[in-house]
Design a protein around this ligand. Structure first.
Ligand SMILES: [Zn+2]
Ligand SMILES: [Zn+2]
Length: 338
């Protein structure tokens, strides 16, 4: 676990002065209040409200899942038989979603630079050139792996689940029969994803797997929206496997859509390199987290997200302060010294 550093807690961003163009106003980074003692009911209500009921990612993603189900989703009767037509339609839907979300955010933040440097974490631009990148540049590299491998795995897992549900191999939940369970599963999906992601991500940092697969994602020391789903196929296979829980936990197709779109589209939104989207100078949609930005910069910290404080519990938390930075360096030094 962490050792205590000699300085008092502070809110200075980590690293060298000027290393960060922007850091959150609130440091140290706050994690979900649902796992602290004593309970803080007001913080819990604020946490849920900010993530579900404001102009927030989960609210938007729920709306998107319902829309996709109502307008673009083949029936379970259709999906019971594997056929190129409906599979191609799902693949196309996912390509379009990825192009709109990652492409749109890329154009907004990094091409048109609609908000300049405001809320931008890293002062540097995305890499135009680099020998480590497929096709020689960061954006082309990231788009290729996201679309060719990422969307294919995303589609394959959806097809597997819809096929299994159509044939009764995976349990189907109807909202009319059990609305409370329907809502509960929707609410708990990001929590499950957080748990799954933390452990899969730590596994990916095991040196043989890191070299084989995860190094591809870490070509991105500074990140943009297309970096999020830019992964090696082995990593895509592991990353999206969280959905397999629905071979046990009953689900409606809306849950499957929400889960898979959450995995793939928040990969783009969490890697924008900006803390939020500024609309009309003040309204903002929280997007990237400093938490994951620090993971890309320093590697050996912040494997999870903020939904469940796995990093805090397992000693890998960098809360964004200079104090935490010193502790992380000491931890590295201890590992290096054996
Ligand atoms: Zn990593
Ligand atoms: Zn990442």
């Amino acid at each position: 676990m962490n050792t205590q550093s000699t300085t008092s807690p502070d809110s200075t961003p980590p690293g060298r002065p000027g290393e960060w163009n922007h850091a959150p106003e609130q440091l140290p980074i706050a994690v979900s209040p649902f796992f602290s003692w004593p309970p803080r009911p007001r913080r819990m209500v604020a946490w849920v409200a900010a993530r579900w009921f404001a102009l927030a990612e989960n609210a938007i993603l729920t709306g998107l899942a319902v829309l996709c189900w109502a307008v673009f989703q083949p029936s379970l009767e259709t999906t019971a038989t594997l056929a190129p037509g409906w599979i191609a339609a799902i693949w196309l839907r996912n390509i379009v979603l990825m192009l709109i979300v990652a492409g749109g955010l890329h154009l907004w933040f990094h091409r048109a630079k609609r908000q300049g440097d405001r809320l931008k974490f890293d002062p540097r631009e995305l890499a135009k050139k680099g020998r480590m990148f497929t096709f020689g540049g960061q954006v082309a590299d990231n788009m290729f792996w996201s679309l060719a491998s990422g969307v294919s795995f995303w589609t394959a897992y959806e097809v597997l689940l819809f096929w299994a549900m159509g044939n009764g191999y995976a349990p189907v939940l109807l909202p009319a029969e059990n609305p409370i369970l329907f809502a509960a599963i929707l609410f708990l999906t990001p929590v499950w994803i957080s748990l799954h992601f933390y452990w899969i991500h730590r596994l990916l940092h095991w040196p043989p797997l890191y070299r084989l697969a995860h190094a591809l994602h870490h070509r991105n020391v500074n990140v943009g929206p297309w970096s999020g789903l830019s992964m090696h196929p082995v990593e895509h296979g592991l990353f999206f496997s969280s959905i397999l829980i629905h071979f046990i936990i009953p689900a409606h197709p809306i849950h499957i859509l929400f889960h898979m779109q959450h995995q793939s589209l928040t990969a783009a939104t969490s890697h924008t390199g900006f803390e939020g989207l500024i609309v009309r100078d003040q309204n903002r949609l929280a997007l990237g987290t400093f938490h994951h930005q620090l993971h890309h910069r320093y590697f050996e910290c912040n494997y999870g997200n903020l939904e469940v404080p796995w990093d805090k519990w397992f000693g890998s938390f960098h809360d964004g302060t200079q104090d935490a930075h010193v502790q992380m360096k000491e931890r590295r030094q201890r590992i290096a010294n054996g």
